[in-house]
Design a protein around this ligand. Structure first.
Ligand code: AOF
Ligand code: ZN
Length: 407
């Protein structure tokens, strides 16, 4: 049942949502969850899921209650995700809620995973607890909080977020000899935070060859490094690349085509995913518990994912500079790069290969990049309108975020 909550009830849920943020970058593939316990209008306990394998939010809030010397009996529990009913890394939360004598549970979002999907709320109701699902803004915020978890639970695939930085004239890379950066320092800091919040970062082989990037998260708050993924159909990633030399920092997955000989890469310590295309690569990454994939590979990789219909979110920085140039240019991993699954050479995203013709670009990205000629004309619908989007200033840059799917 969807509840019409009072303003106070909604405020408690908003506090629970705020608490849930404390687990960002620390609990994947599990969800971000926050909970507060209220009795007689007074908040007597709060908690969140802080670390993968640690206490679930509900138990953390009950524990907080006890530490404050409060009794949760007859209280209301506000929680951002439906309580679990299974024994996993942690014991079931429904059991703890029943044992504590909680009278009412207000839930902001459902849990679409197979082991959940309403079981917990059902058990609570059977146990005589009043259970309500919130509607409206707080419910929407709770679902948005866990898009990677929700998509992974529903489809087995990671949530894909595309990141690009471009100049006012649509370039996604700078000329040789110029500073390699397009976006401002503040934007780059934000990108490092996003890397730290992602399970994996992907680039194409073109970028890997041109830039020899590290792809680690250099954010002071980084709890764990993302897995690095290279789409490299021919298994050309150099054995002395920075990626393979830093396997002690985080794993490297190389996605190759079925015919490629990846023995040397495997011997060097890379994990190999053999995939026919982007969708099958995503399915494999999902099976490895990668619930979020951050694309940093530039226009060609972006075009491949767009054509496959696999972009869930885009975050694009526009910097107030002109970069010019109509020739393919060198690329830097954190700004641009080439290489879909097919493994194309890098290009600069300018001179007819840039973002001004995304429809054409997404038709046959590999062929386009390999041939280097003008884009092939569109042969079908390619335009994807976002479900929602926002615009903000980051340093000197403009950041456009757009959501194409909601899970
Ligand atoms: C969490 N934190 O606060 C809640 C979760 O086996 P486990 O312990 O890893 O359980 C993970 C599942 O538990 C998760 O997929 C979700 O369905 C449910 N609820 N999980 O990690 C929490 N409330
Ligand atoms: Zn739980």
């Amino acid at each position: 049942m969807n509840a019409q909550l009072t303003a106070t009830g909604r405020a408690h849920l908003r506090r629970a949502l705020e608490l849930a943020e404390g687990g960002r970058g620390r609990v994947s593939p599990n969800p971000l969850v926050g909970a507060v316990i209220v009795r007689g209008g007074e908040l007597i306990g709060e908690g969140f899921h802080a670390v993968l394998g640690g206490l679930h939010a509900e138990r953390a809030a009950l524990e907080d209650c006890r530490q404050r010397g409060e009794d949760p009996a007859e209280a209301t529990l506000y929680v951002t995700l439906e309580p679990c009913a299974h024994q996993g890394r942690q014991p079931s939360c429904t059991e703890a809620i029943l044992e504590a004598g909680i009278a009412r549970v207000v839930i902001a979002s459902d849990d679409p995973s197979e082991k959940a999907s309403g079981r917990g709320p059902g058990i609570l109701r059977d146990g005589g607890i009043e259970v309500e699902f919130a509607a409206g803004e707080e419910a929407a915020a709770a679902r948005l909080l866990n898009q990677p978890f929700r998509k992974h639970a529903r489809t087995g695939l990671p949530l894909v977020t595309l990141k690009l930085a471009m100049s006012l004239d649509g370039c996604t890379s700078t000329a040789p000899g110029d500073s390699p950066w397009i976006s401002s320092e503040q934007s780059r800091a934000l990108v490092h935070r996003w890397r730290a919040e992602s399970d994996a970062i992907a680039i194409g082989i073109g970028t890997a060859l041109a830039d020899d990037p590290l792809l680690t998260a250099r954010d002071s708050d980084t709890a764990r490094q993302p897995t690095r993924v290279v789409f490299d159909s021919q298994a050309r990633l150099p054995l002395d690349s920075q990626l393979l030399r830093t396997l002690d920092q985080s794993p490297v997955i190389v996605v190759t085509a079925p015919h490629a000989d990846s023995t040397a890469l495997r011997d060097a310590g890379a994990e190999i995913v053999v995939a026919e295309g982007i969708s099958s690569a995503l399915a494999d990454l999902g099976r490895r518990n990668i619930a979020s994939l951050f694309l940093e590979g530039g226009p060609t990789l972006a075009a491949g994912f767009t054509e496959a219909g696999e972009i869930d979110e885009a975050r694009v920085f526009i910097a107030p500079v002109l970069l010019g140039g109509s020739e393919p240019q060198t690329v830097n991993a954190s700004r641009a790069g080439g290489g879909g699954v097919g493994g194309s050479p890098p290009h600069g995203g300018c001179g007819g290969q840039g973002l001004e013709s995304p429809g054409a670009a997404s038709r046959r990205p590999e062929q386009r990049a390999v041939q280097g000629g003008p884009p092939t004309p569109p042969t079908g619908p390619v335009r994807q309108a976002p479900l929602s989007f926002g615009v903000e200033r980051i340093g000197d840059d403009t950041l456009i975020t757009a959501r194409f799917k909601e899970w």
